[in-house]
Ligand binder design. Structure first.
Ligand code: ADP
Length: 377
């Protein structure tokens, strides 16, 4: 079976690591020939994943296609789907998710709890809705990792707002940010990973670390599970769905957004769970039985993010010390250049003791630093 991935970042790289165990030939389409996934696939094709012809030409010789980023050419995927190429997730899902306005409308249509919102297209419409503030403004298209998202507290903030199609979402006093990964195969069978609590780097708006299992109350867990299931099921598509949610002080749950693909919140599943999210996606693509989502041991996953003040050829400080930690698994994504805020790798530690996980997670953050050597910065 010939399987292609649109995008060659770390998600593609880890999917390819899992793919090495199965009888498939792998293809990657990506503009950057030095990307993390370029050297792990059978065939790398240089090209723009947003370009119709590039995606169509890439996909037409393949049996199945998946994505590692939503911002791809959906028209080409729709044509390929009609011609019999299997796409995970279906292009219709990508159409909904790529645009935050469509995504919010999807939650509304299916009565999935999400923060109240209005749509604004320009400055005038923002000014007409001052009463709706404080709110979070999100660009309809093109934003990621907090780019394209800003808080508008009051009228004064309108001057620096986005004046293009966006959603204006009620500000939720967030207690916890949760992600739940749902796997659905072509027969409609479902497997749920345990939800995780994500801790963000407030400055960079990136996932900093997360611990699994979460210490959520049973009632909240059930609510989260039911909501994540409703989100994934209504797409009527096989695939992996990472549903990101907010929990407020009163244990109300709101869906923030969904990624119809493998996700940063599932990296710990590589070592800490019987079946990783990457293995699971391959089982879905190959129409094999779904895997076991249970955890083998509690885990912490820490993202290694490019250090402030360092831009250039990467040097990893503290790697030896980190590798001495028991049950510690280091993943460096093979990015040659570091820059502040860039996701360079992650580390997962397994331990039955939660205090120990937190202690060692902190140690990793202090010890393993992606920086440049003094004379190269
Ligand atoms: P991105 O897709 O770029 O990651 P998100 O929609 O996830 O953007 O928003 C980034 C962060 O902004 C969230 O992780 C959350 O901390 C905060 N945020 C988003 N929406 C709201 C909201 N309605 N109320 C409060 N904080 C929010």
């Amino acid at each position: 079976m010939k399987v292609g991935i649109l995008g060659g970042g770390q998600l593609g790289r880890m999917l390819l690591q899992a793919a090495a165990n199965y009888p498939i030939e792998t293809f990657v389409l990506e503009n950057d020939a030095e990307c993390p996934a370029a050297h792990l696939c059978h065939q790398f094709i240089k090209g723009d994943i947003k370009d119709f012809d590039a995606v169509y030409q890439f996909g037409k010789e393949l049996d199945a296609l998946t994505i590692e980023i939503e911002n791809v050419n959906v028209e080409a995927l729709e044509k390929l789907e009609k011609e019999g190429v299997k796409i995970f997730p279906k292009p219709s899902v990508l159409r909904t998710i790529k645009n935050k306005i469509f995504q919010k409308q999807y939650y509304q249509t299916h009565q999935i709890p999400t923060a109240e919102f209005i749509i604004t297209n320009n400055k005038e419409e923002l000014e007409q809705n001052i009463d709706f503030l404080p709110a979070v403004q999100k660009l309809a298209e093109g934003g990621y990792d907090g780019r394209g998202v800003q808080i508008l507290k009051n009228k004064a903030d309108i001057s620096t707002a986005f004046f293009s199609p966006s959603i204006l979402e009620k500000f939720i006093p967030i207690e916890k940010e949760i992600a739940q990964i749902v796997a659905i195969n072509e027969n409609g069978e479902i497997a749920l990973y345990p939800p995780v609590v994500m801790h963000f780097d407030q400055h960079l708006n990136l996932l900093d670390y997360q611990i699994c299992p979460s210490n959520l109350q049973k009632q909240t867990l059930y609510k989260i599970e039911a909501i994540a299931l409703a989100v994934a099921r209504n797409f009527k598509s096989p695939g992996i769905f990472a549903v990101e949610m907010f929990v407020d002080r009163n244990e109300n749950v709101f869906v923030n957004e969904t990624a119809p693909r493998v996700h940063n919140s599932g990296h710990h599943t590589i070592e800490a769970h019987y079946c990783s999210q990457f293995d699971m996606l391959l089982r879905i693509i190959l129409n094999y039985p779904l895997g076991n989502t249970n955890f083998i041991m509690p885990s912490i996953m820490v993202n290694i993010i490019g250090a402030e003040g360092h831009q250039g050829a990467v040097h990893y400080e503290g790697l030896n010390d980190v590798l001495k930690i028991p049950n510690c698994f280091v993943h460096l994504y093979g990015k040659k250049q570091t820059k502040p805020g860039r996701k360079m790798g992650h580390v997962t530690i397994l331990n039955i003791d939660k205090q120990d996980l937190l202690y060692n997670g902190n140690k990793i953050k202090r010890t393993l630093i992606a920086k440049t050597l003094p004379n190269t910065n």
